[in-house]
Design a protein around this ligand. Structure first.
Ligand code: GTP
Ligand code: MG
Length: 373
């Protein structure tokens, strides 16, 4: 064990052994900050050694879903059911040793599904190719947690992802941090802080070597949320929770498990027996929040047969990247009809955020393609 690993283990242990109360609150906060800084250091070293890349997975399709779970929960079986891929399956752990992609179609969108090696506790330290798997998880658009009903324990798995900077079904904290060269640190807040009052935020910032600049809180954030923002390398991903092998459950067992996992809104399937797969595919499709945008060439009706598939929050710039290259280069403005437009045919720029079923005409420079409404 390297001395960095020892330091991380020591801080983790101290956090575990410190009872949380008003008097220890700040101390624990600082320990968590210290841990975040050490973990960043570990990541940096791993990347330096080339350990961070591991799997070169080329993303394709309109969005990417990652199958995440313990070994032998049925990830590969599920990939083979959802897509035309043929990922090896087996009754022993770690059957899958690399990332296997497959493609799933849903309402005009193509969704890339990635089968991965099983995750185990200790993955962030590099166990069972864990670091490579976690780095791929960070790059997906949606996590599909696959759960075995006999070992539904999600806590250890969630902790691994937490440790790797993945935040599941959370939105980024409303905290704005700006660093400066001098002038000290100012902390302001638009709401009353109940977790980080009385200089606690500044003390935690110091653990990150952050002494000058400003922190503005727009919500009553927790210590963990502040640390996430200061660490800066967090990804915020949506996730769905799926119980596989559910054909093995008696109705009573199923009810009990559903209650245990209530907060996760689990979907029950059987990949082997093809139960619940249609509902699962719909849930995946909705969770990815696709929108359809119709392109209307100037002077012609929009092409309603072939929408461009984008995702909620995407803007004109994203649309241009899906269209022939010259449009991106000679772009001057766009006209929009539909829900995102304040009035039909509104002229907008690159940052305009589109909505489902919008119709867009791209106006290019030199008047060669004037829009005709
Ligand atoms: N009863 C039952 N068994 C299943 C189901 N889906 C998969 N299995 C079995 O579970 C075992 C593991 O399946 P895999 O698909 O290889 O699991 P995995 O999660 O990809 O495993 P690793 O690649 O080792 O992480 C195999 O013996 C499968 O036949 C299911 O819905 N019901
Ligand atoms: Mg597998």
């Amino acid at each position: 064990m390297s001395s960095l690993e020892e330091q991380i283990a020591a801080v983790e242990e101290e956090i575990r052994n410190t009872a949380y109360n008003k008097a220890t609150q700040l101390h624990i906060g600082r320990l968590k900050a210290k841990l975040a800084v050490l973990r960043i250091e570990r990541e940096t070293r791993a990347k330096g050694k080339g350990g961070g890349v591991g799997y070169g997975v080329r993303k394709s399709g309109n969005a990417t879903v990652g199958l995440v779970g313990y070994p032998s929960v049925g990830k590969s079986t599920l990939l083979n059911r959802l897509t035309a891929a043929e990922s090896e399956t087996g009754a022993y752990d770690f059957t899958t040793v690399s990332i296997i992609p497959g493609m799933l179609r849903w309402g005009g969108a193509s969704i890339q599904v990635l089968d991965m090696p099983g995750l185990v506790p200790g993955a962030a330290k590099g166990r069972g190719r864990g670091r490579e798997v976690l780095s791929v998880v960070r790059s997906v658009d949606l996590i599909l947690f696959l759960i075995d009903p006999e070992h539904p324990n999600l806590r250890a798995l969630a902790a691994e992802l937490e440790g790797a900077g993945v935040r599941v079904n959370q939105r980024p904290p409303r905290i704005v941090v700006q660093r400066a060269d001098r002038g000290g640190l100012t902390v302001t807040s638009t709401v009353r802080l109940t977790h980080l009052a009385g200089g606690a935020a500044a003390q935690i910032a110091r653990e990150f070597g952050f002494h000058n600049g400003s922190i503005v809180f727009r919500e009553d954030a927790s210590v963990d949320q502040l640390i996430d923002v200061l660490a800066g390398n967090r990804v915020y991903l949506p996730a769905i929770f799926v119980v596989n092998k559910s054909e093995m459950l008696t109705p009573t067992e199923r009810t009990r498990l559903a209650a245990e996992l209530k907060g996760f809104r689990p979907i029950f399937i059987s990949a082997r027996d093809k139960i619940g797969l249609d509902e699962l595919i719909d849930t995946i499709g909705h969770a990815l929040r696709f929108i359809r945008v119709y392109v209307k060439p100037p002077g012609r009706p929009p092409d309603l047969e072939e929408p461009v598939i984008l995702r909620q929050g995407d803007d004109i710039d994203e649309l241009l990247r899906r269209l022939p290259g010259e449009l991106l280069k000679s772009f001057r403005a766009a006209q929009v009809w539909g829900r995102s437009a304040r009035f039909p045919g509104q002229t907008v720029g690159r940052e305009h955020v589109l909505a489902d079923e919008d119709i867009v005409t791209v106006v290019v420079a030199r008047g060669s393609a004037r829009p005709v409404a």
